[in-house]
Write a protein that binds this ligand. Structure first.
Ligand SMILES: C[S@@+](CC[C@H](N)C(=O)[O-])C[C@H]1O[C@@H](n2cnc3c(N)ncnc32)[C@H](O)[C@@H]1O
Ligand code: SF4
Ligand code: SF4
Ligand code: SF4
Length: 314
């Protein structure tokens, strides 16, 4: 693919987050791509899951009681309904998340369309703004999501073009992608963050909607593809799913044969809860909290297999 063809390629992006220190080495810009093959019950990015643009409504910011009607006038599909008590409701059957109109008309950011079509060049111009920070901190670009490699062509073009601009690259992946896409991406990646959520396929499927065979198979192939490339395997520690020494030791034993793999566990958090409400969805794990005292025990369990290859989440 030529440099010009890469720059023009377009994909659906739902966020660009600058100055992150959690998703790869150094200071990074995270580009979040829409769409995910999994539907994890704990997902902190519910706005990432669908492959199409999606409208979020934050009633707390809405000025409907001050008689604002801008979005009602802007929507050509009649998908915004004003109720008798002046509150607004989105008719999700009518709304197609069209990229302009209501969100652009809203004066208070009460409406946001997640998923904007953007070109590689447009995205990387934003990423390049912080090139000086990347150089000083060994940081760079991280593709995340959703599952960023689900938009395979776009993700590959982003990675290739970032490398042409001498920007270091990383990806956060759930691994549920065709091997050919992962293999092709690997050539342009300096660092990979790869989730291993559970070793039992049935339990994995019950809480993520997908079995884990392809994820584990891809992981093995990736770890062997370039033994000099570090992979950070990560597990979100989820109450009632994998917050036991048994579950973590099973994952650690799977990782143990690959010396280029490091390991980190992420304690369950509920930072995404509000976004479910903005999308008119019920958070599947609303009432659940993690007893944080479990983390030191799980870190010890992982260390009993992987030693100092276990990192403690920042
Ligand atoms: C938003 S995901 C994007 C990458 C990819 N979809 C995945 O899950 O691997 C980035 C990281 O956040 C973790 N994560 C998602 N929801 C979480 C939650 N509620 N608590 C802790 N970690 C979470 C994921 O497991 C993953 O390691
Ligand atoms: S996103 Fe488009 S279809 Fe949906 S409510 Fe807004 S203007 Fe109407
Ligand atoms: S345009 Fe924004 S502030 Fe005005 S009624 Fe619609 S959502 Fe509320
Ligand atoms: S794989 Fe990641 S983005 Fe996809 S549903 Fe699970 S946590 Fe969310």
């Amino acid at each position: 693919m030529s440099a010009l063809e890469d720059k023009k390629k377009k994909g659906l992006v739902f966020n660009i987050q600058k100055y992150s220190v959690h998703d790869g080495p150094g200071i990074r810009t995270i580009v979040f791509l829409k769409g995910c093959p999994l539907s994890c019950n704990w997902c902190s990015n519910p706005e990432s899951q669908k492959s199409e643009p999606e409208l979020a409504f934050n009633a707390g910011r809405c000025l409907t009681f001050s008689k604002c009607t801008r979005c009602l006038q802007a929507c050509l599909r009649g998908a915004i309904i004003r109720e008798a008590d002046d509150t607004l409701r989105i008719d999700r059957a009518l709304c197609d998340g069209c990229p302009k109109n209501c969100a652009e008309a809203c004066p208070s950011q009460g409406l946001i369309v997640y998923g904007q079509e953007r070109s590689v060049d447009d995205v990387l111009k934003v990423v390049e703004q912080d090139a000086a920070f990347y150089t000083r901190s060994s940081g760079g670009l991280t593709l995340s999501g959703g599952e960023p490699l689900m938009q395979g062509e776009f993700a590959l073009a982003l990675l290739r073009d970032a490398r042409r601009r001498r920007i270091k690259t990383a990806v956060e992946t759930c691994g549920m992608v065709p091997w050919k896409t992962l293999e092709a991406a690997s050539e342009y990646l300096n660092y990979v963050l790869y989730d291993i959520k559970h070793m039992d396929s049935g339990i994995h499927e019950a809480q993520t909607g997908c079995s884990n065979e392809r994820i584990l198979d891809n992981f093995r192939k990736l770890a062997l593809l370039d033994p000099d490339k570090t992979i950070l395997a990560r597990t979100p520690v989820i109450p009632g799913f994998n917050d036991s020494e048994e579950a973590i030791i099973a994952i650690a034993k799977f990782l143990e044969p690959f010396p280029n793999v490091r390991y980190e566990m992420l304690p369950y958090h509920r930072l995404g809860t509000q976004k479910y409400h903005f999308l008119d969805r019920v958070p599947p794990m609303d009432e659940v909290t993690l007893d944080k005292s479990v983390m030191p025990r799980l870190i010890d369990a992982a260390r009993s297999v992987l030693g100092d290859r276990v990192e403690v989440a920042k």
